[in-house]
Design a protein around this ligand. Sequence first.
Ligand code: ADP
Ligand code: NA
Length: 330
Amino acid sequence: MSLPRLFSGMQPSAASLHIGNYAGALLQWRDMQASHDAVFCVVDLHAITVPQDPAELRERTRRTAAQYIAAGIDPEHSTLFVQSHVRAHAELAWVLNTITGYGEAARMTQFKDKSARGGVDTASVGLFTYPILQAADILLYDAVVVPVGEDQRQHIELTRDLAARFNSRFGDTLVVPEVRILKETAKIYDLQNPGSKMSKSGESPQGIVWLLDDDKAIVKKIKSAVTDSEGVVRFDPVEKPGVSNLLTILSIVTGTEVDALVDSFAGQQYGALKGAVAEAVVEELRPIRQRSLELLDDPGELDRLLKINAERASAIADATLARVYDAVGF
Ligand code: ADP
Ligand code: NA
């Protein structure tokens, strides 16, 4: 029996992923591979909807792919490819553009948020039609499962509407996907500013642990994490966001429940907690960093993997696009 097809995409938006991305996305995707025919796409076409430096984009795309492989996305078992390597994405997006209402697209709240700062007059039309490209990404693979966070629900609903509309106008062609809203995954907070989510755009360089940080940098960041003056290790995200964040991180990388960790630190100081977190994170990330750097040092091997995976993706995507082209009269 074939496994249900899953599609997920990620932007090549930084030179390194951070442990928030690792906990909130990568670990989920790694585990879902066993029960799904998983397709993971580094969405570089989406990345150019805002101004990009070409050399930086190219580098980030490779680094993103390398870190996914290093963290356990298996390019032999799953399909992990770069969006621009598969032409069908842009081609299906065009067809879907023609069946999307202007008002329907204008209701997408993420565009409103993303264009709020610079104003709609400076935002690109590509940013406006971003959700339509996202619909093409999903529909090309006949994905039935699209694991996303709550913030993506509206885009997946649009994808479903476009698939159903296409089918009703042109005959049964596209698979209408299920929305699978991921259970709220553990959120990691900025080590220097534990009231805010750890984010690549965070303000303090010491607050973010990157997957490619070396051991020394990781230890330094964790040891200088902001805590509080109570001096008791307990889990209380409101009153003690810094200590609670360290406990969450330790729980994720060791697989031990937070309650059990709290018990194990009874009577101990924050220094002991930080030491344990630093050691556990260093051990967890070391092999990921080493494998990433190996792949990045061997561009031939990374290119080979991405090429094979793009071919596998194209075989699926081209077949869907051929059905669509036939249905619309091309
Ligand atoms: P960033 O916030 O650094 O810009 P993205 O928005 O690119 O990260 O998120 C990529 C993925 O990583 C998403 O699935 C998101 O939910 C997850 N993620 C990002 N930051 C965190 C965090 N601090 N804790 C848990 N998950 C996170
Ligand atoms: Na973000």
